[in-house]
Design a protein. Structure first.
Length: 254
């Protein structure tokens, strides 16, 4: 499954693919980038001059020839085709370089698609000071959702369970919960307004949902809370499963 997903990802880079002779398809842009990467990683002192020049020519695929030099062009193309096949498919020389290139591509893509801190769990805040720190000292790009609850209040347990599930699915969002009696402002959070859900970003209050369980059926689940939050644009796009962690081992890139 991972192999098919990554193959599809590679084909999306530049659309049309070029066959390399090893029963797999490489996008034209990717193979050109790999040639440049290989040239940069080769040791200039140990590489034969002819092979080094061939790699340089391969990394500039749009080099043109004089129209009057048709025979030379054809001979060069035939020679380059044979040399290219030998260089790309020499497993002993190229395997390590190819794997490094793949890992670098995956790391670059992951860095572009994922930024900011990660959480993945529902955090219990113990007092008002922790509440303020969670809201004011978090990364400016991080959305912070705080569930204010009390034991025995209808809907509080269900919302805690739902937020626990959503925290695992949206690790870039910081999900927290705190008892109203621990906030230091318990008089403002009476049982009539619980459960309450407060949403912050960069220290600013974005949304304040009081008695939020009234927005759902008597029995509700994570999918219902997710849909509700998405209506207000408070959840980010889901992360790509293949890039959910920073592991760049071979099993992740093939």
């Amino acid at each position: 499954m991972e192999e098919n997903a990554n193959t599809s990802m590679e084909e999306d880079f530049e659309g049309q693919a070029t066959h390399t002779g090893k029963d797999c398809f490489w996008p034209k842009g990717v193979i050109h980038d790999w040639r440049k990467f290989k040239l940069e990683s080769e040791d200039g002192e140990s590489l034969p001059l002819s092979k080094k020049e061939m790699l340089r020519q391969m990394s500039s695929p749009h080099k043109s020839f004089s129209r009057d030099d048709k025979d030379t062009r054809e001979r060069f193309c035939r020679k380059m085709s044979m040399q290219e096949y030998e260089i790309i498919h020499d497993a002993q020389e190229d395997e390590s370089c190819l794997q490094q290139y793949r890992k670098r591509c995956m790391q670059d893509m992951h860095q572009r698609l994922s930024f900011g801190p990660k959480f993945g769990y529902l955090c219990e805040l113990q007092n008002g000071e922790q509440f303020l720190e969670a809201v004011e000292k978090e990364h400016k790009t991080t959305t912070v959702m705080v569930h204010i609850y009390e034991d025995g209040i209808k809907g509080c347990d269900a919302l805690n369970s739902s937020l626990t599930c959503l925290a695992a699915e949206y690790p870039t969002v910081k999900f927290c919960k705190i008892k109203a009696s621990n906030t230091g402002a318990g008089d403002r959070f009476s049982s009539e307004v619980l459960p309450s859900l407060l949403v912050y970003k960069a220290g600013e209050l974005l949304s304040n949902f009081i008695s939020v369980s009234e927005q759902f059926n008597e029995e509700f689940f994570a999918v219902d809370v997710e849909a509700f939050l998405n209506e207000y644009g408070l959840l980010p796009e889901r992360e790509l499963p293949a890039l959910g962690n920073g592991n760049t081992d071979e099993q992740d890139v093939e």
